[in-house]
Ligand binder design. Structure first.
Ligand code: HEM
Ligand SMILES: *[C@@H]1O[C@H](CO)[C@@H](O)[C@H](O)[C@H]1NC(C)=O
Ligand SMILES: *[C@@H]1O[C@H](CO)[C@@H](O)[C@H](O)[C@H]1NC(C)=O
Ligand SMILES: *[C@@H]1O[C@H](CO)[C@@H](O)[C@H](O)[C@H]1NC(C)=O
Length: 364
């Protein structure tokens, strides 16, 4: 696809945005996307109707509760979506990110740097949902499935698409190590090349990578995740006005790590504005902004920026793929009775000994 690179450095940001979007419309009208509306493939052991007979109310219980939670604080939707992503990328979608370490402190997965403050409230919301679901159906639904459904509803209740979630995951028995966490969660300093290379082994193609990055259309980031793009020298790809606002929100001398919204146009709405941000050089992370610079992904960004339905469709496909990474099914793993601790083999008297064993199992 041929693209124009008439990037904005003019005085009026709005005019520049309008110009870029009209350029983008022309590009999209001449491009040729293969759109798959069919259900994405299922991994062996997963099903679209896994709990139809054992817990038919699962999805309504989760949705009803999250509606109440989000009415008070829509920011929790972003926290839940990110938690599902972290769960799936490290050791597969097995609920390992939910396990606390020994003595109830953070596990190595929870304590590794990329966690960059996963919202503690998200962990509590999942455990609360588990209790409600198990009260209705008994201990038949896994924590990892509850997290996958909660992530979908976080998207849908923020104004995004409602898509079908493959179910049948079992919860893992092992904690993820710090090394595995670091190796599997790419840093925000990644270039598109690094991102594509890191995600290809997970069977995620460039369209999936661009679509999944669209998760950044909701939620917040800490200053420390991007200030190296501001200081000591400003990243030349960043829009001037945007950079100035970020510097004001994140002063170099700050002693407290502040936060900013990731999508400046509509921070709490799951829409395609994140891609419009990128076209205007207002992406927060290198890993996001470079998707518009790199010729392999630029056309995909543009396509999503001008066609929200296309983004929604590709996001649903990519989430189904991500949501089935390394899943345990059938008789593997277990159904946890408490999302923060494994149930199998845990006797209250022997708890601390077993927790030590779990840590040994985790790969030492
Ligand atoms: C592909 C590589 C990715 C990188 C490098 C990345 C990086 C980051 C970083 C650095 C933050 C800010 C953390 C902070 O400073 O507090 C963040 C937040 C977030 N990420 Fe990603 N991310 C990636 C993929 C994803 C995916 C696949 C999703 C979901 C589909 C996602 C959803 C989110 C959400 C919703 C937030 C906001 C969390 C909140 O408000 O609590 N990210 N990400
Ligand atoms: C994530 O890391 C921060 C800072 O290192 C730490 O304070 C926090 O407890 C960690 N989060 C979890 C869930 O352990
Ligand atoms: C936008 O994408 C949808 C979903 O793939 C497609 O059906 C529609 O034709 C596209 N619209 C335009 C204007 O290209
Ligand atoms: C689940 O386990 C945590 C400790 O890991 C504990 O604080 C919490 O009360 C437990 N929840 C229930 C419902 O037993």
């Amino acid at each position: 696809m041929t693209t124009s690179s008439s990037s904005s450095s003019s005085s009026s940001q709005l005019a520049a945005a309008a110009l870029l979007v009209s350029v983008a419309c022309f590009i999209a009208a001449t491009s040729n996307y293969h759109v798959e509306a069919a259900d994405p493939p299922l991994v062996q052991g997963m099903s679209w109707s896994f709990y139809t007979s054992t817990c038919p109310k699962l999805e309504s219980i989760v949705k009803t509760r999250l509606q109440e939670v989000f009415k008070k604080d829509i920011g929790q939707a972003a926290g839940l979506l990110r938690l599902h992503f972290h769960d799936c990328f490290v050791q597969g979608c097995d609920g390992s990110v939910l396990l606390t370490g020994s003595a109830g402190g953070p596990s190595e997965e929870q304590g590794a740097p990329p966690n960059l403050s996963l919202r503690q409230e998200a962990f509590r919301i999942i455990e609360d949902l588990r209790a409600r679901v198990h009260k209705e159906c008994g201990r038949v639904v896994s924590c990892s499935d509850i997290l996958a459904v909660a992530a979908r509803d976080s998207v849908a209740l923020s104004g995004g698409p409602s898509y079908k979630v493959p179910l049948g995951r079992r919860d893992g028995l092992t904690l993820a190590t710090r090394a595995a966490t670091l190796a599997n969660l790419p840093p925000p300093t990644s270039t598109t090349g690094q991102l594509l290379t890191a995600l290809a082994p997970k069977n995620l193609d460039p369209t999936d990578v661009v679509a999944l990055s669209g998760g950044h259309t909701i939620g917040i980031s800490h200053c420390s995740s991007f200030t190296r793009r501001l200081y000591p020298a400003q990243d030349a790809t960043m829009d001037q006005t945007f950079a100035g606002n970020l510097k004001a929100a994140c002063p170099q001398a700050a002693t407290v790590d502040g936060t900013v919204n990731m999508d400046i146009r509509s921070p709490n709405v799951f829409d395609n504005k994140f891609y419009v941000d990128l076209m205007n050089r207002q992406g927060l992370f290198t890993s996001d902004q470079d998707l518009y610079t790199d010729s392999r992904t630029r056309g995909i960004v543009t396509g999503f920026a001008v066609n929200q339905s296309l983004f929604y469709e590709k996001f649903a496909v990519a989430m189904a793929k991500m949501g089935q990474l390394g899943v345990l099914t059938g008789s593997q793993g277990e159904i946890r009775g408490n999302c923060s601790r494994r149930s199998t083999g845990v006797e209250s008297v022997l708890e601390s000994a077993v927790e030590e064993a779990v840590e040994i199992l985790a790969g030492f």
